[in-house]
Write a protein that binds this ligand. Sequence first.
Ligand SMILES: Cc1cc2nc3c(=O)[nH]c(=O)nc-3n(C[C@H](O)[C@H](O)[C@H](O)COP(=O)(O)OP(=O)(O)OC[C@H]3O[C@@H](n4cnc5c(N)ncnc54)[C@H](O)[C@@H]3O)c2cc1C
Length: 563
Amino acid sequence: MPYRSPSAEIRFILDHVVPLAPVSATELFAEATPETVEAILTEAGRMCDEVIAPTNRDGDLTPAKLENGVVRSSPGFKEAFAAIAEGGWVGMAADPEYGGMGLPQALNVAVNDMLSGANLALQLNPLLTQGQIEALEHHASDELKELYLPKLTSGEWSGTMNLTEPQAGSDVGALRTKAEPNGDGTYAVTGQKIFITWGDNDCVSNVCHLVLARLPDGGAGTKGISLFMVPKLIPDANGNPGVANSLKVVSLEHKLGIHGSPTCVMSFEGATGWLVGEPHKGMAAMFTMMNNARLNVGVQGIGVAEAAYQKALEYAQERVQFTPIIEHADVRRMLATMKADIFAARSVALACAVALDMGRATGEADWSARAALLTPIAKAFGTDMGIWAAGEGVQVHGGMGFIEETGAAQYLRDARITAIYEGTNGIQAMDLVGRKMMDGGKVACALLQEVEDEAKSAREVLPELAEDVWAAAETLREATEEMVTKDMQDRFAGAVPYLKAFARVLGAHFHLRAAIAAGSGSARERLAAVYIRRLLPQYASALVEAQQGADGLYALSVEDLGA
Ligand SMILES: Cc1cc2nc3c(=O)[nH]c(=O)nc-3n(C[C@H](O)[C@H](O)[C@H](O)COP(=O)(O)OP(=O)(O)OC[C@H]3O[C@@H](n4cnc5c(N)ncnc54)[C@H](O)[C@@H]3O)c2cc1C
C-alpha cells in the first residue's frame, strides 16, 4: 500500500484536541473556515499521495547531481515541485499582499506533515523557502520585499539559509564570511558556507540565499553578524533573473539519507548582497527563519514516522510467522506505541502552531510566549520520535527492514538528520531550560497548571487515566520550579531528559483530551491508555536523570572516558 496522507487524523486533532476554532475566530484568520480546512487537507493530501510520494524512492536511489556547476535534481522532483508551487502550497501562510494565502501556520504545519511523509528530501525545498519568506516579511526593506516575495511565494524562485561554516556550526558566532560595502548600497559577500540545503536546483529559475556575514565594523560573536540577500542571478530592472552573481556550488555532500536533497558547499566570491534588516542584527532576523524552520523540522520527524508506521502496519498484516505477525504481542506493542507517539508529537506541533497563530492574530504576549516555549519541544520531540518510530518500523519488518528494497530503511536514514539540523536537539533542550525559562519558569508552570486542572476535571470521566496525567503534570511542575533555581551548567546537564519528560506529559494531556472527545469505549480511549500506561511513565526516569546536575558527569574525567 502506498503512503496515504493522514488528513482525517489531522482534522480530528484540529477539531477536538488542539482546536483551530479560536484561530479562525480572529479577524486575521477568518478565512480558515471549517470548509477551507477540509478543502486544504483533502487537496494537499491528494497531491502528496498521487504526485509527491511516488518520487520518494527515486530521490533515494538517484541523488541530486552537480553537473558543470549546476545542481540537477532527482528524477521526478522538478514535476513534483511544480505541483507544490502551482497548488500555492509554498505561500500558504505568506502575506496575501505578495501573493500568499495568508492561512494559519497550523494549516501550513499540517500540509508540511503530509509533504514530509510523502518525500522529506523534496519537502526541504519549500520548507526553507517558507522560512525565508517569513524572515523577509519581518525584516526586509519594502524594495526587497517587492522584488523577492512574489517570486518566492509563487515558487518561481526558492530560498536557502546560509549559516554554517566549517568552524561555525552550533557556534554560529564563529563565522568568518565577510561583507564589504560596495558604496552603492550593496555589499560584496565573501566566504565559504557548508551544508547548504537546496543551495542550487533546477526546479526554479532563481535561488535566493540568505547569508549571515560580518561587516567590517561588526564585533566578534553573534552580536556582530548581519544578514544579506544574495541571489544566484541578480534580478534585472524588470525583476527577472539577470546576470549571474559571484557565487558557486563547490560540491555536494554524500549523505546517510535525504539523498534527493542537494546539500551544497557554497563559495561566495565578492557576491553582490543586499542587507536585510539592520546592520549587526542579523541573528535576530535569521531567528525568524529558524523558529519557523524549527517547528517545521519537528513536523518532518512526524511525517516520516507516519510513513514508517503505515509501511510497518501493512507488512505486519501480510507477514506470517506461525500467524500474521500483527498477532504477536511484541509486534502489537511496537505498532501501538508508534501510533500513540505519532499522535502525541503531532498534537504538540499543532499546539505550537496554534499558539503562534494566536500570538500573531491577537498580539497577546502570553500566546507568543507559549509558542516560544513549545518550539524546542516540538522540534526535539517530533524528530526524536520520528527516528525512534522509523527504527521500530524497521524492526517490525525483521530482516526485510534492513534490506533497502522494502523502503523501511530509507525512512530511518532520512529521519536521522532531523535531530541534527536547525539546531541539534541538545541545543533545543538547552534553549528550553535556558532562554525559555528566563522568566523563572512562569510560562512553563502556567501550561503545566492547565494540564493539571484539565486532568482534575477529567477524573469524573476517565478516573484512572486522568489521575496518571494529573500526577505526572504535578511532578513535572514541581521539578520545573526546582530546576529554575539551579545554575545553568546543572540545567544544561539535564536539559535533554527534562525536555523528554515535558514532551511525555504534554503527549498524555492531548491523548486524554482525544479520549474524552471521542467518548467512552472509543479507539481513541484505547490508544490513550496505551500512551498513558506505557509511554507516559518514561517521564519519571527522565526527570531523575534531569535532576542529577553536572558534577557527576564531570567527575568522570576526560581520561576516564578513555582519551
Ligand atoms: C544534511 C544537512 C543539511 C543542513 N542544512 C543546513 C542549511 O541549509 N543551512 C545551514 O546553515 N546549515 C545547515 N546544516 C548544518 C546544521 O545546521 C549543523 O550541522 C548543525 O547546526 C550542527 O552543527 P555542526 O554540524 O557543526 O555540529 P557541532 O556544532 O560541531 O556539534 C557537535 C555536537 O556537539 C554538541 N554541541 C555543540 N555545541 C554545544 C554546546 N554549546 N552545548 C552543548 N552541546 C553542544 C552538538 O549538540 C552536537 O551533538 C545542515 C547539516 C546537514 C548535515
